[in-house]
Design a protein around this ligand. Structure first.
Ligand code: NI
Length: 172
């Protein structure tokens, strides 16, 4: 697969809802690998397929993405992820490859239980907490057309979106 382009706010593609993967052919692994490559190239720790304009429920995460030594990489691929259970609250600073030039404090569930499939369609279930839990919730939001800035308090959200829309026109 060719190099993926990552779309940024306010591109309307980011507001679409991704569709479940039903056929697990070779293309799913190809998409996931291209996503990992795009994520590493952009120094991100997570990416949803929809950010590259691919409307499939696929996300990739590597919390070690920023580490210089690439042998320490820990790529994770989640297809059709569903949160079964969530508990607790945690607040942390988030950023997004589709939201340039803004980071903000967002509240998420502390722990989640997640059901998903691997690239071959095998069912998996994990419990996640800490950064992995936060990152999964952020990426699953993307699959539903939701960006982390949508979780900001109303007035702050309005201000940030206005500034980012203006910025995107300047760079267009
Ligand atoms: Ni994001």
């Amino acid at each position: 697969m060719a190099n993926l382009k990552i779309y940024t706010f306010p591109n309307p593609i980011l507001r679409k809802k991704a569709e479940s993967v039903k056929v697990f052919d070779r293309s799913i692994a190809d998409i996931a690998n291209s996503m990992l490559e795009a994520m590493y190239n952009s120094d991100g720790i997570g990416l949803a397929a929809i950010q590259a304009g691919i409307l499939k429920r696929i996300i990739v995460i590597d919390l070690n993405s920023g580490i210089e030594d690439s042998s320490k990489r820990e790529p994770h691929i989640f297809v059709n992820p569903i949160i079964l259970k969530e508990s607790g609250n945690t607040v942390s600073e988030e950023g997004c490859l589709s939201v340039i030039d803004f980071r903000g404090e967002i509240q998420r569930s502390e722990k989640i239980t997640l059901e998903y499939q691997d690239v071959n369609g095998k069912n998996e279930k994990i419990e996640a907490e800490g950064m992995m839990s936060i990152c999964l919730q952020h990426e699953i939001d993307h699959l539903n057309g939701i960006l982390f800035i949508d979780h900001l308090p109303f007035l702050k959200q309005k201000m940030v979106k206005k500034r980012l829309s203006k910025l995107s026109k300047e760079f267009a």
